[in-house]
Design a protein around this ligand. Structure first.
Ligand code: HEC
Length: 196
C-alpha cells in the first residue's frame, strides 16, 4: 500500500516538474483552477448567490458608517433643532487634551467668523443687522445646549454654512467642548467684574 502511495507521489511530482518547464508564461498544470481564478462579481449586479439575486446585500437599516457612531437622525427643521437640543449629548467628557484639540480645530474652521475668543469679532467682520455673527456670551447663546450647537454646526444656520463635510462628528463635539470652556471662562470673568 505504502509503495502505491510513493509511486503516485513520484508521478504527480514528475508531472508538476514537467509542466513547470516549457512556456515561461504558463502557470503550469493547475489543480482546482477555481481557487486561482475566482469569478469577479460586480457589486449589486444580478447574481444567483442571494435570495433577491443581487451580488451584495444593502446594509441593514440602522447601519452606522464607520466613524459616525453618533445617531444623528434629526431633520433640518425647527422641531429637529429643538429635539436635538434636548436629546443630543456630547459623548466626550472634557479633558485638557480634548479641549486643546477642540481649540485647534476651532481656530482653523470657526475663529475667522466667531473670533479667537468667541466674542463674534472674527477678522471676516460679518456684522450688519440681518445675520451678524453672534457672541457665544450673549443672552441667546450663553446657555445654548450642546445638542443645538451640534445641530447648527452640522446643518449650518443662516450665514453659517454646514461644517459636516469638513469636520467629523467627533471633531464637532470636541470643538463644542472648547466653546463650552470659553463660555465657562467668560461667565467666571463676568462674575469677577460684577463682584468688584
Ligand atoms: C462664515 C462665518 C462663520 C463660520 C466659518 C462659522 N460660523 Fe458659526 N455662526 C455664524 C453666524 C452668522 C451665526 C449666526 C446664525 C444665526 O443665528 O443667524 C453662527 C452661529 C453659530 C452658533 C449658534 C447656533 C445656534 O443654534 O444658535 C454656533 C454654536 C456656531 N455658530 C458655532 C460655529 C462653529 C463651531 C464653527 C466652526 C466649526 C462656526 N460656527 C463657523 C457664522 C459662522
Amino acid at each position: 500500500m505504502k509503495r502505491i502511495y510513493n509511486i503516485s507521489f513520484l508521478i504527480s511530482a514528475g508531472i508538476m516538474l514537467l509542466s513547470a518547464c516549457g512556456d515561461k508564461q504558463s502557470p503550469g498544470l493547475e489543480y482546482m483552477p477555481d481557487m486561482y481564478r475566482t469569478p469577479a462579481v460586480v457589486a449589486y449586479a444580478p447574481s444567483k448567490v442571494f435570495k433577491d439575486s443581487v451580488s451584495a446585500l444593502p446594509p441593514v437599516s440602522g447601519t452606522i458608517a464607520r466613524g459616525q457612531y453618533v445617531d444623528f437622525n434629526y431633520p433640518n427643521t425647527n422641531e429637529g433643532y429643538e429635539a436635538a437640543g434636548v436629546e443630543l449629548k456630547n459623548p466626550f467628557t472634557p479633558t485638557p487634551e480634548l479641549i486643546a484639540y477642540g481649540k485647534e480645530e476651532y481656530m482653523t474652521y470657526c475663529a475667522h467668523c466667531h473670533g479667537e475668543n468667541g466674542d463674534g469679532n472674527g477678522w471676516l467682520k460679518i456684522k450688519g443687522d440681518k445675520f451678524p455673527v453672534p457672541s457665544y456670551f450673549d443672552e441667546t447663546h450663553k446657555d445654548l445646549s450642546e445638542g443645538k450647537m451640534f445641530f447648527s454646526i452640522t446643518y449650518g444656520k443662516n450665514l453659517m454654512g454646514s461644517h459636516a463635510s469638513q469636520l467629523s462628528p467627533e471633531d464637532r463635539w470636541k470643538i463644542i467642548l472648547y466653546i463650552k470652556e470659553l463660555q465657562k471662562e467668560h461667565a467666571v470673568g463676568a462674575a469677577d467684574t460684577t463682584s468688584n
